[in-house]
Design a protein around this ligand. Structure first.
Ligand code: NDP
Ligand code: 8X3
Length: 252
């Protein structure tokens, strides 16, 4: 029987590339996001290209009731989930603390922190029952260092880092692996979302250097799941070669 992975935020960027990677390796994939049409298209593409089963679940991860309804709708044959990849997330705005919008702050905390908690709590019984579960939380270098105008995005990713560490401790008795992956700058739709659709400004973020690609993350995420049962990669910080950390970027 094929193994099962659930990937949140699979309509673009890391999540989409990760779904493609796992499907290409023979996993059945549960893919989530709000954009239903994109989920449908990806499902059709993956199931026909790789002969795997795909279950698309469209919901807003900030909406606790919607998350619960979606997870409760997972058919019995899909419940033996082996891997949960908590990837859905965003930065909204890049503003000085006193100028930032409360709506943006709510959005980031509700998505990056509360959404991750809602889905983890609901999927855990399946992972515990399977006895070999693995949770991968996508943090950020912003969860390791705080930078100017990063305020609540950085705080939300520091929270992801703390939640990851606490999961690893509390889930130890269930034999569940917990891996935190913290990428630096990667060229996805991330900056378009953060900068509210300002294409020119979003492009500038990646000018003058080769940023990480979504496929790089997909390969790293997949690698963490291929290790022997007794080995767990706990914490990975990954940047492109041109980036040292949140502060040093070698632009040409
Ligand atoms: P993208 O914008 O390309 O993808 C974000 C994904 O998250 C989309 O599939 C989106 O789906 C989903 N998502 C966002 N909000 C919600 C919501 N309310 N409900 C359900 N799904 C949601 O960005 P990335 O792939 O770059 O980002 C993925 C993760 O990686 C995020 O957690 C981000 O913080 C993190 N990250 C990104 C970095 C980068 O430089 N790109 C670096 C470090 C970390 P939809 O809109 O369809 O709902
Ligand atoms: C995304 C990377 O540097 O924009 O998490 O915070 S950064």
């Amino acid at each position: 029987m094929n193994r099962i992975v659930l990937i949140t935020g699979a309509t673009s960027g890391f999540g989409k590339a990760t779904a493609i990677k796992f499907a290409s390796e023979g996993f059945n994939c549960i893919i989530t996001g709000r954009r239903e049409e994109r989920l449908k298209q990806l499902s059709e593409e993956l199931s026909s290209r790789y002969s795997v089963d795909i279950l698309p679940l469209s919901f807003d991860i900030r909406d606790r009731k919607a998350v619960q309804t979606a997870i409760e709708s997972i058919p019995a044959q899909w419940q033996s989930i082996n891997i949960l990849i908590n990837n859905a997330g965003l930065a909204a705005g890049r503003d000085y603390f006193e100028e930032a919008s409360l709506d943006d702050w709510d959005n980031m905390i509700d998505t990056n922190v509360k959404g991750l908690l809602y889905i983890s709590k609901l999927i855990l019984p399946f992972l515990i029952a399977g006895k070999n579960g693995h949770i991968i939380n996508i943090g950020s270098t912003a969860g390791k260092e705080v930078y100017e105008k990063g305020n609540v995005y950085c705080a939300s990713k520091h929270a992801v880092d703390a939640i990851t560490k606490s999961m690893r401790i509390d889930l130890l008795r269930h034999g569940i692996k917990v891996t935190g992956i913290h990428p630096g700058a990667a060229e996805t739709e991330f900056s378009m979302v953060r900068l509210k659709g300002n294409e020119e400004a979003a492009k500038k973020v990646y000018e003058g250097y080769q940023a990480l690609r979504a496929e790089d993350l997909a390969d790293i995420i997949y690698y963490t799941t291929t290790l022997p049962a007794h080995v767990c990669l706990n914490d990975i910080v990954v940047t492109c070669t041109a980036q040292a950390n949140s502060f040093y970027l070698n632009r040409k």
